[in-house]
Each structure stands twice: as C-alpha cells, then as structure tokens.
Design a protein around this ligand. Sequence first.
Ligand SMILES: Nc1ncnc2c1ncn2[C@@H]1O[C@H](COP(=O)(O)OP(=O)(O)OP(=O)(O)O)[C@@H](O)[C@H]1O
Length: 257
Amino acid sequence: MATHPGGLTTVAPAVRIAELTRSYDDRTILDSLDLEIRAGEFVALLGQSGSGKSTLLRALAGLDGEVAGTGLIDVPGAVSVVFQDSRLLPWLRVHDNVILGLTGPGAAEQGRESLAEVGLAGRERAWPNQLSGGEQQRVALARSLVREPELLLADEPFGALDALTRIRMHALLRSLCDRHRPAVLLVTHDVDEAIVLADRVLVLDGGRIAAEQLIDVDTPRNSADPRFAEIRAHLLGALGVTGEPREPREPRERSRD
Ligand SMILES: Nc1ncnc2c1ncn2[C@@H]1O[C@H](COP(=O)(O)OP(=O)(O)OP(=O)(O)O)[C@@H](O)[C@H]1O
C-alpha cells in the first residue's frame, strides 16, 4: 500500500511506467517519463499538439515497436485500445467485429451482452457502414470491454463526434468504466471532457508529466460548478493557453493541488 499525492490510499498500480524515453530521429518526445495508474482509476491526459500524448499511448499499447526508446512499461493484464475512428472491419457484421479473436463457448453471448451494454441490442447483424459515427464508437467500446481489459487506452475516442453525441458518450463511457473497472488512460484535447470523466488529469509537457490534478468535483459534474471552473482555469494555465500562467519549474517537478 502507498499513499497517493492527493491523500488517497492506493493498492499496487495497474500500470507502471518508469523512465520512459521515446525519440523520432534525433528528437526526444518522451523524456524519462514516470507514471503510475491505479487499478480502476480513470486518468485523462492533456497536452499541447505534438507533446507526445499518442506516442505515450502507443508505447503502452505495444504499438511502437519501430520507435527508438528505453524505459520500463509494466502492465500485468490485458490492454484494449479505442481510437478516434472505430476501426471496425467493414466486411464483418457488428457482432462479429465485437467478438473477433475471442475464443470459448461463451463468446457469442458475451458479444451480445456487450452490445446491449452500449445500447445496441438488436443491431448485432448490422454492417458497420449501416451505423452512425456514434454507434460505430459504441461498437468499438463494446469490442474493447468484452475482453475485460486491465487497462483501457482511448485516443481522442469522441474527437470526431458532434457535441450532443459526445455528451451521451461521456455518460456511457463513465458508466461502463464504473461497471468494468479497468484502469483508463484517455487522451483528449478537451479540458472539460477530461474534468467530466477523470479521477485525475495529467498534463504532458517537455516529454514528462508536468502537472497533475485530482478531480474533486461532485458528481454529476457540471461545468457551472465553481470547483469545475477553478480546475479548468488551472489546467488551461498548465497547458499554457490562458488562466494561470505556467510557472517556471524544474522538469521533474509536478504541480499538485
Ligand atoms: N512516426 C513518426 N516519425 C517521426 N515523428 C513522429 C512520428 N510520430 C510522431 N512524430 C512526432 O512526435 C511528436 C509527438 O507526436 P504525437 O502524435 O505523440 O503528439 P500528440 O501529443 O498526440 O499530438 P496531437 O495532440 O496533435 O495528436 C510530434 O512532433 C510528431 O510530429
């Protein structure tokens, strides 16, 4: 057991990254980065464009075999990934996309249950191109969670959706995560999305976790809540956008409220 900076008691982390470095050509993108995510914890990752968010996510997903780098990545369990586009196979029906690669006699039923969980009961035999963008992302979530991953990685999963669909998807993702309890790392550009969904928000800058914010806003989270607005201003400041100016700091120092 260990004590989290915010005072939470933690069990062994589901994810441990230590001194992770990744470079493209001579450019260092991730620079001796350290990060732990607890089992069942929902972490959102913000950072300016090009700061290396997707590079970190790909490293965790084991999808960066060609990239030069060093460091430790310890994820003991299964990992699932959801991207901005659903990446469904167009020649497979929705249900077959969900259970692709699953074995065992219960797979078909698990696939049906998983589709029902994301609100798509009855659409099992549809083809991906017969679904809306939001429905396709629901299938992608079903496909990820049917595997009961220890770690769910999500790279801008709602980035291509309209504002109303995004709000519905936020509620769906949060309820799915409350039920399945994977550790989550959500990459997003949307500060409000991060505050609505996450237990903790990180800001990636200079190749490291430059700021860390526990989200102590009452649920259901409302952007009109003064604490919500305070955290938003702090995160925007950490991103160098507006609000609080970024304070000069040593690269390894983290801001903690
Ligand atoms: N395959 C590659 N070859 C060379 N450089 C790359 C490659 N992939 C990414 N980069 C560079 O690494 C840096 C980090 O990219 P990455 O996609 O991780 O950033 P990001 O924070 O996810 O950006 P965005 O928010 O714009 O999606 C960028 O400068 C990018 O140009």
